[in-house]
Unconditional design. Structure first.
Ligand SMILES: Cc1cc2nc3c(=O)[nH]c(=O)nc-3n(C[C@H](O)[C@H](O)[C@H](O)COP(=O)(O)OP(=O)(O)OC[C@H]3O[C@@H](n4cnc5c(N)ncnc54)[C@H](O)[C@@H]3O)c2cc1C
Length: 482
């Protein structure tokens, strides 16, 4: 593997999951680390806002793979449990369908109650298959760095091919599952990779594995406690943090970075720099280089509505509910190819207070509804499209039994907001995981011609999501440490 040279002091730009992970791994290996972020709090896209004392998320809500989250803590000699209490989310997800039926838990038992014992057995078989996919994918393709496409050649590649890992995820699920509702529950995760289940390679069954087999968790106190805990662990290990400080540029001399310059002109010298900012546009900008020039395909975006609801009115609901519209293929086509707002919306609804009652205040709870929508790639005029979309989201929520009124909405975040946060094409989900943007074909975490700058985050390897960006920080650190 190509290593990146650098002396003991490393500046990490960006305190999202990727930057926090890189900082902890570097610090644990004895490097002096300065972590800089333009935001006032750690976490980047994992953001929350408080309204009348109630915490509302508008970033990630589904936490999986606690073993991956544990790694940066362990790198500095701590444990995950020293810093966070992870509460299992019962049943993972519930699913609500347009025909009025519900699957109350994403488990064989939950499937069995709605779809019968034979489909439950088939679902269990599907989960077994995702476990085998995970075993074939994790070390070689997910927790892996690449200098060349040839790096993937290994017995695991043959194993993955034998498992059908390069076929369509949709096709592999339909081989095992009979009920359309179970197929949706088993494959909607392709959208996390920015793809339709039909276009996603079945190796992305690994996301279904993390969700449906590995389980979904909520840290007590809410998802934003994760970056806070990582920052606390970093401070405990001696990492110096500078929040609310924007890096203007990386100071370069020939093929080396010598440090960074902040917006106010302060210069921080460094022997190496980790750019845990958005890989395709922000990182090149800080280096004074043209953005990644290849034709890149970005994932669809989302609109997130955070509302306040009486806890008693949702107490019998699941923490996470997938609200499926009637359309399926057409919806993915609209999102990923036509770049239009789906005519038939689907939603992810999350009510964290169901798992952690301490998040409810005076009987009020936060309800989060995420609607997948196109980013700013298509022709949607978000200045006029947002309001009618909100009305449709509210109608759908009410039709599926969620008591969200117009006046209870506290926060709306959509493509123009993601753009304002520096996310290209108005999407916080970065590059889609098409075959040509996966593994060795994803923009690498090294920068051609620079010996001591390395990238981390959703836009490089391995990709989008909390576990993956945590791994990207670790991979970036390894480039500097080997
Ligand atoms: C609405 C939404 C829902 C999601 N749902 C899930 C989910 O349920 N489960 C899941 O696993 N993932 C989910 N994700 C994806 C996941 O949150 C992201 O992939 C991950 O948080 C990205 O982390 P990152 O460190 O790569 O980037 P970021 O979080 O974007 O961090 C980059 C940091 O760099 C800083 N920065 C940028 N430029 C500069 C500069 N010049 N100077 C200083 N600092 C700078 C920014 O302020 C930011 O803090 C979701 C994301 C969103 C937005």
């Amino acid at each position: 593997m190509r290593t990146v040279s650098g002396s003991d002091h490393v500046v990490v730009v960006g305190a999202g999951f990727a930057g926090l992970s890189a900082a902890l791994h570097l610090s644990g290996a004895g490097r002096e680390v300065t972590l800089i972020d333009a935001g006032d709090a750690p976490g980047g896209l994992c953001a929350t806002a408080e309204y009348a004392g109630l915490q509302h998320d508008f970033g990630p809500t589904v936490l999986t793979a606690p073993d991956i989250l544990a790694r940066p803590f362990e790198a500095v000699g701590a444990t995950l449990n020293d810093h966070l209490e992870l509460l299992p989310v019962d049943g993972g997800y519930a699913a609500s369908y347009a025909d009025g039926s519900m699957i109350e838990a994403a488990t064989p038992e939950g499937v069995g109650q709605t779809c019968g014992p034979e489909e439950a057995a088939r679902f269990a078989d599907y989960l077994d298959w995702t476990a085998r996919i995970h075993d074939a994918v994790f070390e070689r393709f997910m927790n892996a760095d690449f200098d060349s496409p040839l790096d993937v050649l290994s017995p695991d590649l043959a194993r993955l091919a034998a498992l059908g890992g390069f076929r369509s995820l949709d096709a592999m699920a339909r081989r095992r599952l009979d009920d359309e509702r179970t197929v949706r529950l088993a494959t909607f995760q392709a959208l996390y990779a920015g793809l339709s289940p039909r276009r996603a390679r079945a190796l992305y069954g690994v996301i279904s594995y993390l969700d449906l087999v590995g389980g979904v968790y909520l840290p007590r106190g809410g998802i934003s406690t994760v970056p806070q805990a990582m920052l606390a662990a970093a401070h405990g290990a001696g990492v110096r943090s500078m929040l609310g400080r924007r890096v203007r540029r990386v100071l370069l001399s020939g093929d080396h970075a010598r440090g960074v310059e902040l917006d106010d002109g302060e210069r921080i010298p460094a022997g190496a720099v980790v750019l845990a900012t958005e890989r395709t546009a922000q990182a090149p900008e800080l280096l004074g280089r043209a953005p990644v020039r290849r034709r890149l395909r970005f994932a669809p975006s989302c609109v997130v509505v955070s509302a306040e609801v009486p806890l008693a009115a949702v107490a019998d609901r699941a923490h996470h509910t997938l609200v499926f519209g009637a359309a399926w293929e057409r919806t993915f086509d609209e999102l990923t190819r036509r770049h239009t707002i789906p005519r038939d919306l689907s939603l992810l609804v999350s009510i964290p207070a169901i798992t952690d009652a301490s998040l409810a205040i005076s009987g009020r709870a936060s309800l989060y509804a995420l609607a997948p929508v196109p980013g700013t790639t298509g022709s949607t005029d978000w200045a006029t499209a947002t309001e009618p979309l909100l009305v449709r989201m509210l109608n759908l929520l009410q039709a599926r039994g969620f008591p969200v009124e117009r006046g209870s909405i506290r926060h709306v975040t959509g493509p123009p907001d993601w753009t304002a946060m520096g996310q290209p094409h108005g999407t916080p989900f970065s590059l889609a995981h098409t075959f040509s943007q996966t593994g060795p074909f994803r923009p690498r975490n090294t920068i051609p011609g620079l010996r001591n700058v390395v990238c981390a985050g959703a836009g490089t390897v391995p990709g989008v999501g909390i576990p993956t960006t945590l791994l990207s920080g670790e991979l970036a650190a390894q480039r500097l440490l080997r």
